[in-house]
Design a binder for this molecule. Structure first.
Ligand code: ARG
Length: 458
């Protein structure tokens, strides 16, 4: 009879074994599981619950099991249900009775909670590094484009000119908030649950603080029922991941449009582009499209986790085993997306002349004309109306604003003078000289501040 089935008269049906096993994916937690077991064994000995000799045997064996796994020599057996049982079974195989003492004062319920928390802590560290890497790429591209002017859009209609650097720094800000969300989530992940047992705590004099310290946790959980059934920290990680992917997806959308022939604002480096099996001319932005597409599964994993938790009575329920696959997939998707984007953004070719040219034809300076009239004393609403009519007239004439004569301007307001022709895309950008605005002076300050924050973690 396999482990844990002494209460039954027979083995579990094959279909049940397959249905309940999580080993195919939770083997990813092997390092965390072993680290947790080593800390647990050491503490049990320190507290006199098991002998020093047994603890030593256990720890040595666990270290060699870790090596077996790393070298691909470890035999994973499906009937052992999960990574926890697999490692424990191998431990007993190696050292016999001493190995059978490891699970004293522990349940898989607090064990798995610990493993996942250790995993998410590590994932947060890697995620924050990956976010920073993409931020660095954005800053690099922004620095190279502090005087590249492009049309700014609302409703995807040309609105007002902006600096490309300013546009890129908007993404820096989004990612900065993302980094903060992960950092904040870490506070609630950083809680050590061992000692909660199956649900009620354990009848042994544990030193939970010592285990927390050895494993690098800042504090221990305060309620055993909560500790074994809490997966809020996974929801939080996934929510932060979903938000980050949403930002990358917005950037993707822009890179895709900008690399179209119609826009022609950028060219994706060959190393980050893909081609077509039939159309030889094609250079496709598949990386950006896949990031946009994969955002869907990251959202899906968040919703799946929330739905799994909804309605669960306290404390542990097997439903909670469903926390892992989505989490792993989200971490993998997010990390690979951030990584490939960092490379793609830093190698992006900007066609600044195309961006500049796109600011010429339309009516991007209309707001500047209204502001011009305001400076000459007209209330803004009146100025807005006069320029709206002027634009309507220019559209009718098929002319852009630069091509109108002063006489034509006068039909809409006598306040227009010769100096109206000094309004340009450059003057428009320079005029927006408020903190947070697109004026080159402000963007330079913003860039310096962004770099400072990246380096000092502000
Ligand atoms: N494999 C389970 C999980 O991932 C942990 C085992 C707890 N099993 C149990 N029957 N209490 O959640």
């Amino acid at each position: 009879m396999s482990q844990l089935r002494s209460r039954f008269g027979k083995e579990a049906d094959r279909s049940v074994q397959k249905y309940t096993s999580s080993l195919s994916y939770d083997r990813r937690l092997c390092r965390e599981d072993i680290a947790g077991s080593i800390a647990h064994a050491r503490m049990l000995a320190k507290q006199g619950i098991i002998s020093d000799k047994d603890a030593e045997l256990i720890i040595m064996a666990l270290i060699s099991i870790r090596e077996e796994i790393e070298q691909g020599k470890f035999q994973f057996k499906d009937e052992l249900e999960d990574i926890h049982m697999s490692i424990e079974a191998r431990l007993v195989e190696k050292i016999g009775e001493a190995g059978q003492k490891l699970h004293t004062a522990r349940s898989r319920n607090d064990q798995v909670a610990l493993d996942v928390r250790l995993y998410v802590k590590r994932a947060i560290g890697e995620t924050m590094e990956a976010v920073k890497k993409l931020q660095r790429s954005l800053i690099g591209l922004a620095e190279a484009n502090t005087d590249t002017i492009m049309p700014g859009y609302t409703h995807l209609q040309q609105a007002q000119p902006v600096l490309l650097a300013h546009h890129l720094l908007a993404y820096f800000e989004m990612l900065q908030r993302d980094g903060q969300r992960f950092q904040d989530c870490l506070k609630r992940v950083d809680v050590m649950p061992l000692g909660s047992g199956a649900l009620a705590g354990v009848p042994y004099p544990l030193d939970r603080e010592a285990v927390a310290k050895e494993l690098g946790f800042s504090r221990i959980s305060r309620n055993s029922l909560d500790a074994v059934s809490d997966r809020d920290f996974i929801v939080e990680y996934q929510a932060a991941a979903a938000t980050t992917m949403m930002h990358v997806s917005r950037l993707s959308e822009e890179l895709i449009i900008w690399s179209s022939a119609e826009f022609g604002f950028i060219e994706i480096d060959d190393a980050y582009a893909t081609s077509s099996s039939i159309m030889p001319q094609k250079k496709n932005p598949d990386v950006a499209e896949l990031a946009r597409g994969r955002t869907g599964r990251v959202y899906g994993n968040l919703l799946a986790m929330l739905t799994t938790l909804k309605g669960l009575p306290l404390a542990y329920n097997r439903d909670l085993q469903e926390d892992k696959e989505g989490l792993f997939q989200t971490v993998d998707t997010l990390l690979s997306t951030l990584e490939v984007f960092a490379g793609m953004v830093s190698t992006l070719k900007v066609k600044s002349h195309r961006m500049r040219a796109a600011t010429e034809g339309g009516y991007l300076l209309a707001t500047d004309l209204a502001d011009y009239l305001v400076k000459k004393g007209l209330p803004f609403r009146k100025a807005h109306e006069a320029v709206a009519k002027l634009v309507q007239y220019a559209v009718g004439q098929g002319k852009d604003l630069k091509r109108l004569t002063l006489d034509e301007y006068h039909r809409f307001s006598p306040l227009f003078k010769e100096d109206v022709f000094q309004i340009s895309v450059e003057s428009s950008v320079a005029a927006r000289d408020v903190p947070g605005g697109t004026a080159p002076r402000q963007v330079k300050t913003a860039l310096a501040e962004a770099k400072r924050q990246l380096e000092q973690g502000g």
